[in-house]
Design a protein. Structure first.
Length: 442
């Protein structure tokens, strides 16, 4: 059977796959596992994004936790990294976030955060999954958990943390695209308090418009607004604000690779880049690796997923890592990817340098890239085309690369090629995709 937890919690179609009944049972199972670890009566904090289904699911999870003896506090709409920060900073035993991140509104998900502010490791998630179907004795009377919906734990604590991480942004004009999601209230206030002249778009959530033609997966409107407002830069977040991408004053996208390059360089210059190493995934552009080589910055490479980036960072004492998609983890400030924090750090670096964003990231030259999804193939047999892959890699040499990735959920293989020119990139990618389609067809 497929594992219940994915790389970012449990996710699916709200009220069909992620139902209130399931959320309640998952909360009970998490509480029962938590009780084995906690000292004394456990307490949990629950946050949610702006989806119409999020309130329903947050109350269901809260009821499940309370029915198993956990005291619960709700903080309503807040970014996922806000819950991670508050869980650790305010000594909760468990944090819960209701969100499906960048997914469309009908989806939703449940993420758990441990007492130190990190996502649960696989072993704990597996214990929760196993506990779902086991018998248990319910607490009664005073042993039942209490639920506080007064939002006594304000997101003000989280915002103060973000402001403290930034520099004076007075004189900078910044556009923020909040994806009609969890950053809609937090991010504008943070940048205003840092002194920036802020223009805000897509910050009017109605429960149904989260991520709809907005945010980091749909940045076109942000690009237009930055140019129309003659702003210095712009930032777009996803639904739960754990990622961000940037836009320079010319309306050009600045992705996670370029952001990580900028932050790595600035941290190295200040002596803050532990191990002189940036942690990236296999999907980061080869151009970033070549640029880091030129700057004398080392890098470690992990599989796709910010949890694998974090695992490498924690295991080796590194403090900066992330993904091309805009998940950036700065362990000097946070325990998870934080889109608002990333935007604050980038804007602060621009302010310190007193140079345009496109100049600050200009040393990272991305190579042309082509990604082709090949469906209806046997993804377990990619070794059968190893000779064709090797031939393509030999043609590209040291200034290009080939990556074949099997989908985790579909009979599909992703063919990714990077090369010196777009023509060569397209040709090699299309040839390999045709080989995969013909040789591995189901």
């Amino acid at each position: 059977m497929a594992r219940l937890f994915g790389t970012d919690g449990v996710r699916g179609l709200a009220n069909r796959e992620i139902t209130p009944e399931f959320a309640l049972q998952l909360g009970q199972a998490a509480a029962r596992v938590l009780a084995e670890e906690a000292e004394g009566r456990p307490k949990a904090i629950i946050g949610r994004d702006t989806r119409q289904s999020s309130a329903m699911l947050s109350h269901a999870v809260g009821a499940g936790l309370a029915s198993a003896g956990v005291d619960v506090e709700h903080v309503r709409e807040i970014p996922t990294p806000g819950i991670a920060y508050l869980t650790a900073a305010r000594n909760y035993d468990l944090g819960v976030m209701i969100s499906a991140s960048h997914n469309p509104m009908p989806d939703n998900g449940i993420k758990f955060i441990n007492a130190n502010g990190f996502k649960l490791d696989d072993a704990i998630e597996d214990r929760i999954e196993a506990t779902l179907s086991s018998d248990w004795e319910r607490p009664v009377g005073a042993e039942v958990g209490m639920i506080d919906e007064s939002a006594a734990v304000s997101d003000r604590v989280y915002m103060d943390h973000l402001v403290a991480a930034g520099a004076d942004l007075t004189g900078l004009s910044i556009v923020l695209d909040c994806a009609n999601g969890a950053a809609s209230r937090v991010a504008p206030k943070v940048f205003q308090e840092l002194g920036a002249d802020v223009v805000v778009i897509n910050a009017s959530p109605d429960g149904r418009n989260i991520n709809r033609n907005a945010g980091s997966t749909h940045p076109y409107r942000l690009q237009q607004m930055v140019k129309a407002a003659d702003a210095d830069m712009g930032f777009a977040f996803d639904g739960d604000a754990d990622r961000c991408i940037a836009v320079d004053t010319n309306g050009k996208l600045v992705n996670g690779d370029e952001i990580m390059g900028l932050l790595a360089q600035s941290m190295k210059d200040r002596g803050e880049l532990a191990g002189n190493t940036l942690v990236i995934t296999v999907m980061s552009n080869l151009g970033l690796r070549l640029a880091l080589d030129e700057k004398g910055i080392d890098y470690a490479i992990t599989g796709v997923g910010d949890r694998y980036v974090l695992e490498n960072m924690l295991a080796n004492g590194f403090v900066l890592g992330g993904e091309q998609s805009g998940h950036v983890i700065s362990l000097n400030h946070a325990t998870t990817g934080d889109g608002t924090l990333t935007a604050v750090l980038v804007a602060s670096e621009v302010a310190r340098r007193q140079e345009a964003l496109h100049n600050a990231v200009g040393w990272v030259h991305e190579l042309p890239q082509r990604l082709i999804n090949v469906p209806n193939v046997d993804k377990t047999r990619t070794d059968e085309i190893a000779s064709e892959v090797a031939a393509a890699e030999a043609e590209l040499g040291q200034t290009g690369r080939v990556l074949l990735r099997a989908s985790g959920t579909e009979p599909l293989v992703r063919v990714m090629v990077e090369a010196q020119t777009q023509e060569q990139t397209d040709r090699v990618a299309e040839n390999l995709a045709a080989v995969v389609a013909s040789r591995l067809a189901l």
